[in-house]
Design a protein around this ligand. Sequence first.
Ligand SMILES: NC(=O)C1=CN([C@@H]2O[C@H](COP(=O)(O)OP(=O)(O)OC[C@H]3O[C@@H](n4cnc5c(N)ncnc54)[C@H](OP(=O)(O)O)[C@@H]3O)[C@@H](O)[C@H]2O)C=CC1
Ligand SMILES: O=C(O)C1=N[C@H](C(=O)O)C[C@H](O)C1
Length: 265
Amino acid sequence: MEKKHIRVMIAGPNGRMGQEAVKMVLADPQLELVAGIVSPARKDVQGEGTLSGIPLFTSIEEASETVKPDVLVDFTNPHVILEHAISAIRLGVRPVIGTTGLSPDEIEMLDKQCREKGLGAIIAPNFAIGAILMMKFAQEAAKYMPHVEIIELHHDQKLDAPSGTSIKTAELIAESRKELKQGHPDEKEVIDGARGGYYNGFRIHSVRLPGMVAHQEVLFGHVGQTLSIRHDSLNRESFMPGVNLAIKKAMDLDHLVYGLENVLD
Ligand SMILES: NC(=O)C1=CN([C@@H]2O[C@H](COP(=O)(O)OP(=O)(O)OC[C@H]3O[C@@H](n4cnc5c(N)ncnc54)[C@H](OP(=O)(O)O)[C@@H]3O)[C@@H](O)[C@H]2O)C=CC1
Ligand SMILES: O=C(O)C1=N[C@H](C(=O)O)C[C@H](O)C1
């Protein structure tokens, strides 16, 4: 059977992730890049390089009416992602969201909207297969080694902290261990923030440095032993097989899925 042709629009096509997504979509004959959504500040910019000949829009509405996309791939920023997702769902365009920063309440609201319309959507805080495995292994380890801390390390242009990946990891860990107050009960932070962000009894630490891409270590401690589970994305190509899979899976879903691990076969 011939595979269904999928019309894709990409929000943030000039960004670090957007540029990789453009290349990935153009390289897959099953996918067609039908539009780019750029920030209103760039509305006069014409597509260049790989975007040459691809229509650019500043609104999801205008793009959807004009080019009738099946899927919106979004790699923008935490300030615009909710509005983009709501518009896409309202217009029957399946969102595949890599942008991080949506709250649990916002994700729940978007899921409700998708279910009402019977529309597929995927929100994946991390599309790299190694990162998905790191999260799953950490969830498993937490059953047996409940003392845990997460250190996530990213490039210094990242807007949100902690990372979406570390939040998702924390949620998975919280599902598999009871809340446990770690560290000394009388510990005192001499410098604010020294112990990191608190989540369900454990801590998340965010490092931001030039030269980094996306990295995370989940550290477990037990009597006389430690366990480290680490993943490193060395470039942004690492995320693209996951984005490609999500575009295709979104076509067959009738609700929102949060986390790529939930659509892996
Ligand atoms: N899920 C995953 O696997 C991954 C997720 N991410 C997430 O993806 C997001 C993007 O990351 P990254 O590519 O590094 O960020 P960049 O800052 O490089 O790119 C963001 C792009 O979004 C554009 N943009 C801003 N506002 C709008 C708007 N209103 N409409 C359309 N486009 C807009 C920016 O354009 P302009 O410059 O004109 O403002 C810019 O080109 C982040 O949330 C990051 O955490 C990153 C890596 C992997
Ligand atoms: O901003 C990034 O770069 C990344 N963001 C995502 C996150 O917040 O987890 C995914 C990956 O870590 C890269």
